[in-house]
Design a protein around this ligand. Structure first.
Ligand SMILES: CC(C)(COP(=O)(O)OP(=O)(O)OC[C@H]1O[C@@H](n2cnc3c(N)ncnc32)[C@H](O)[C@@H]1OP(=O)(O)O)[C@@H](O)C(=O)NCCC(=O)NCCS
Length: 187
């Protein structure tokens, strides 16, 4: 399929409004949202889908849906998006078709609870980094997360990102600064 990224077990496909079922399962689950944000209402999720499907660059900036190759089941999503600096959420005005963002691009991943513990986050994060460095102009990808989110830190480590100290992001001067550049080895 054109535009679809494959891994051994999974497909990564550009998010569409048809993926609302996966979003509902994740963003209404308090366990999933512990280190992501407030639990969302079904109405809010349905309204946000129109924004979440926006893509920047030549389609290389945005959200991908993570699907099981064998069954088509949606496990969650992974993204490359401009990291917000002075606001506390993604600024979707910075996601512009045909234009690469000026600032850092972050990688992130969210899976529904039943998909945790099977190595899927590492599998999709590694694949998206390979895409970023082999098929887009990006020379560096960053990540930030709550210090308590040890499972996600482990995913970043396994994918080859390293901790560089603290940085400003999400309107906070004390966010962990994880990054990997094009010339560093992908794990
Ligand atoms: C974080 C998340 C993506 C991990 O997905 P996953 O597919 O289970 O991750 P993986 O299996 O690839 O790797 C997880 C690693 O963390 C480890 N881990 C999991 N829970 C842990 C914990 N409480 N303490 C320490 N390590 C932990 C696992 O053992 C594994 O490491 P290992 O391979 O060395 O054993 C998933 O739990 C999730 O979606 N959480 C909610 C959303 C979120 O926090 N997203 C990140 C912020 S953007």
């Amino acid at each position: 399929m054109i535009g679809v990224l494959e891994t051994q077990r999974l497909w990564l496909k550009h998010l569409t409004v048809e993926d609302v079922g996966g979003a509902l399962e994740m963003f209404t689950d308090p366990a999933v949202m512990t280190y992501v944000g407030d639990v969302m209402s079904e109405d809010a999720i349905r309204a946000e889908m129109a924004v979440w499907i926006k893509r920047g660059g030549d389609g290389c900036i945005g959200i991908w849906s993570v699907l099981d190759r064998a069954t088509g089941e949606c496990y969650g999503s992974v993204f490359l998006l401009p990291i917000p600096i002075d606001v506390d959420d993604t600024d979707w005005d910075d996601v512009v078709p045909g234009v690469m963002p000026d600032g850092d691009v972050e990688i992130g991943f969210i899976l529904k609870r039943s998909a945790w513990g099977r190595g899927y986050a590492t599998e999709v994060c590694s694949r998206l980094l390979r895409f970023a460095f082999e098929e887009t102009p990006l020379t560096e990808v960053v990540a930030t997360l709550y210090d308590e989110n040890v499972a996600s830190q482990r995913v970043l480590e396994k994918c080859g990102l390293t901790y560089r100290g603290r940085r400003r992001a999400y309107a906070d001067d004390d966010c962990p600064d994880w990054r990997i550049s094009r010339d560093e080895p992908l794990a």
